[in-house]
Design a protein around this ligand. Structure first.
Ligand code: GLC
Length: 448
């Protein structure tokens, strides 16, 4: 179905490289240091005023710690990642044809939800609409959506049902930037175009917030090229909270959100935060991106997020038919098995003030310290800077007690197995008299 081809082509002509670079640098400057796809690390710290009832609404998410991100759309057919349309300047009339080939398998979402649950993930966030503008949901505001093209089904409905069937919380990603909408490129020059576009965006968010029952997370993205006033973000979020009083939303609509979103790194920010990350280098399905991170690396990331009070949203990029690359399934399988016996060291943990260890990292729940040993040292392990008295210690996965002594600020475990009990990460659970805080010699570096 053609959508304003003439106008779009006209816009594309205006969209010369320098203008595009300008847009990209605009995002980079305004929101993400290092460029749109690079580190969202520098995404703004949420302003001190959180949205209403933040503490209450975010409580389940702080416990959950680990979620699945899903990047899926027409671009999955191209196998060249989610920015293909923009990066290659694919003309709209050509790109739109993909909608007539996008016909995923019926049980795709059920497969992801099962995979997420078995991987120890507690929530999912799927791209309801990415920058390409194609909606996986049924929208009365455009013909460019899955139910009105080859798929012939509401793929958001299938996803929502699948996540709920596995007991997972449901998140929807929604890109504010929209390369398909004829008004998007004009929003800064024309008041009427902006008005129409904002009505469209707010209208679609309303659809997402009303068509699928309870939604747990709204994950905005790419607020380009407007500022918060231009997007009418405060108004948008008020509507979202009116329609979904328990939802949480991120800060990528450029006003204070419930959490911030460092991207492709685990650098903590103030307040609640969630690191989103790919398992290889790309968000959508890319045939030849073989640069997979190891399960060990991904687990370290999850642990670091938990240690610093954050969550970890790990991405899969399913193929257009909905199948998930074997490598992702294998990696997640390993993480899931590890979490089955070590989940206590991750779920519900709180910001931990134990930061120093090259072969291990720490998480904490109240007075319990979890030592995640990444590189097993053999029969003896020493931890520095321990100022609280230790009551007991055991290997978390097997409950096997561990012998320890405290000498000054050194906590020394002895009689440990010579070989790492877990080839990924072995966790020692340590009960302390009070909140474990580390004052190791190496912490002085932070002070000097
Ligand atoms: C960036 C990318 C976008 C991706 C998102 C995920 O904004 O440009 O493609 O969906 O990050 O956080």
């Amino acid at each position: 179905m053609p959508h304003f081809p003439f106008q779009y082509e006209r816009c594309l002509n205006q969209f010369n490289p320098s203008r595009r670079d300008h847009l990209k640098s605009l995002i980079a400057g305004a929101l993400f240091a290092g460029g749109p796809r690079a580190a969202m690390a520098a995404a703004p710290v949420p302003p001190p005023v959180s949205p209403p009832r933040h503490e209450q609404r975010i409580a389940w998410w702080r416990e959950a710690k680990f979620g699945m991100f899903i990047h899926w759309g027409l671009y999955s057919l191209l196998c060249r990642d989610a920015w293909a349309m923009g990066d290659e300047d694919i003309p709209l009339y050509k790109y739109e044809k993909l909608a007539d080939q996008f016909k995923p398998e019926k049980d795709a979402a059920a497969g992801w939800a099962r995979l997420a649950r078995k991987s120890g993930m507690k929530y999912m966030v799927m791209t309801a609409k990415h920058h390409e503008g194609f909606c996986l949901f049924n929208s009365a505001l455009t013909g460019y959506c899955a139910p009105k093209h080859a798929a012939g089904r509401d793929l958001v409905q299938e996803y929502v049902d699948a996540a709920r069937a596995e007991g997972l919380r449901v998140g929807l990603y929604y890109s504010l930037m929209d390369w398909h909408h004829p008004d998007w490129l004009l929003v800064r020059e024309s008041k009427t175009a902006r008005k129409r576009f904002i009505e469209y965006i707010h209208g679609q968010v309303r659809e997402l917030m009303t068509q699928y029952g309870k939604i747990d997370i709204l994950w905005y993205d790419m607020p380009v090229p407007l500022d918060a006033a231009g997007w009418e973000s405060e108004k948008l979020n008020r509507m979202v909270l009116d329609l979904q009083p328990e939802i949480i939303f991120n800060n990528r609509s450029l006003v204070s959100g419930d959490f911030s979103t460092p991207e492709q790194n685990t650098q903590a920010t103030k307040g609640d935060w969630e690191s989103c990350m790919t398992m290889n280098d790309t968000w959508g399905y890319v045939t030849n991106d073989h640069n997979w991170k190891s399960p060990h690396q991904l687990l370290q990331n999850l642990v670091e997020c938990a240690r610093d009070g954050g969550n970890y949203l790990l991405n899969i990029g399913p193929r257009a038919d909905g199948s998930v690359p074997d490598q992702s399934v294998r990696i997640l399988g390993g993480i899931g098995r590890w979490l089955e016996s070590n989940g206590a060291a991750v779920y519900g943990t709180q910001r931990c003030l134990f930061l120093h260890g090259d072969i291990c990292a720490f998480t904490r729940k109240e007075n319990t310290l979890y030592i995640h040993v990444y590189f097993w040292p053999g029969e003896t392990l020493a931890i520095g800077g321990v100022t609280t008295a230790i009551k007991s210690a055991k290997l978390l996965a097997t409950n096997r007690p561990v012998t320890f002594t405290q000498k000054g600020r050194q906590l020394i475990f002895t009689g440990l197995p010579a070989v790492a009990p877990d080839d990924l990460v072995t966790v020692i659970e340590v009960e302390c008299e009070s909140e474990p805080i580390q004052q190791a010699l190496s912490s002085l570096v932070d002070i000097f």
